[in-house]
Design a protein around this ligand. Structure first.
Ligand code: EAX
Length: 326
């Protein structure tokens, strides 16, 4: 009897000792996370929350420094940085990712999602996870889909209501061929441009228009250079939160688990911040002199519909059906 108790005691103390040893030997590491939006945008708020959660969950062995406003490069450059292992983490929209894995293009089809809940169910579910996995062979690990939100068209020329009103209008788009095709098909003149150059381009009227969710429009002060905001909601922008595979492999199991958990907890916090801002900021924008107009979304969806035929060979008709919010 005594012998058995002694054996159990010894096994327990070896386990405790080895756990302590793992923790004691866990390397201390500081990760850099970059994004292109303003320090007041939910991207920043969510990443600060993530940083705090990771520090708590790893007993301080992992800390995360957050860099806003394109300090670490534009979205394409930061994604390339993850592949090279020169940047640790980034939070981007799906649009530029399509240049690294064309499977992401399906998310950029106009009006494929109708509600945030519908979008979350798809990107957090099997289809979204499978598409995120396609990045692994490119040297990138996807931690979770955060959110940028439903994108609306703003411009400096007229109170835009109908697709035909955009004839000849120069609009900045993200570097994404479906975004460009969607505006070309309604007669607009799309120019792909990194986010960091956009405010100046609007100010100098190099472009007449841009399209972004309300939280971006507000926190990047676009109301200073755009008079009209039309609530088209034409694209839903999910925002994959990514880590370099080179960096990921250097972390131990406890650190990897902590980062995964923190990315999912901070995702829910960030999505709530977006929803809050989407609701609360319109009044303030109107008081700043912006004319905000509702549009007939069915009319806009019909006008952009031809891009589905044009791109279903790239995205796969069956993937479109799987993703399309019924
Ligand atoms: O992911 O470039 C844009 O308009 C996006 O909203 C920005 O990349 C945030």
């Amino acid at each position: 009897m005594f012998k058995k108790a002694a054996l159990v005691f010894t096994a327990a103390s070896i386990t405790l000792f080895s756990l302590a040893l793992v923790n004691a030997t866990a390397k201390n590491v500081t990760l850099k996370a970059g994004h292109v939006l303003a320090p007041t945008h939910p991207y920043q708020l969510g990443l600060e929350k993530f940083s705090q959660l990771v520090e708590e969950k790893t007993a301080g062995t992992v800390t995360v420094d957050v860099f806003h406003s394109s300090q670490l490069g534009n979205e394409r450059e930061m994604i390339e940085g993850l592949q090279l292992g020169t940047l640790d983490m980034t939070l981007v929209s799906t649009a530029p990712l399509s240049g690294f894995s064309s499977q992401f293009l399906v998310f950029d089809l106009p009006y494929i999602f109708k509600t945030p809940e519908g979008a979350h169910a798809t990107v957090d579910g099997p289809v979204g996870q499978e598409i995120m996995k396609s990045l692994e062979k490119k040297g990138i690990i996807g931690l979770a889909y955060w959110e940028n939100g439903f994108r609306h068209v703003s411009n400096s020329r007229l109170d835009l209501k109908k697709p035909a009103d955009m004839a000849g209008m120069k609009i900045r788009t993200m570097e994404n061929k479906i975004h460009m095709a969607s505006f070309k098909v309604i007669g607009a003149d799309p120019t792909p441009m990194a986010f960091g150059e956009l405010f100046t381009a609007l100010q100098q009227k190099t472009v007449d228009a841009q399209e972004n969710p309300i939280p971006v429009f507000y926190t990047s002060n676009f109301f200073e250079v755009q008079d009209y905001l039309s609530l088209t909601g034409h694209f839903y922008a999910a925002s994959p939160f990514l880590i370099s595979k080179t960096v990921w492999k250097k972390l131990d199991d406890t650190q990897q688990q902590a980062i995964k958990e923190a990315a999912e907890e901070a995702r829910d916090y960030e999505r709530n911040q977006i929803a809050q801002m989407d609701k609360d900021l319109m009044e303030d924008l109107i008081s700043k002199g912006v004319t905000i107009s509702k549009v007939d979304k069915d009319e806009w969806a019909a006008a952009m519909q031809p891009v589905y035929k044009e791109y279903e060979k790239v995205t796969g008709a069956e993937t479109i059906e799987k993703v399309k919010e019924q």
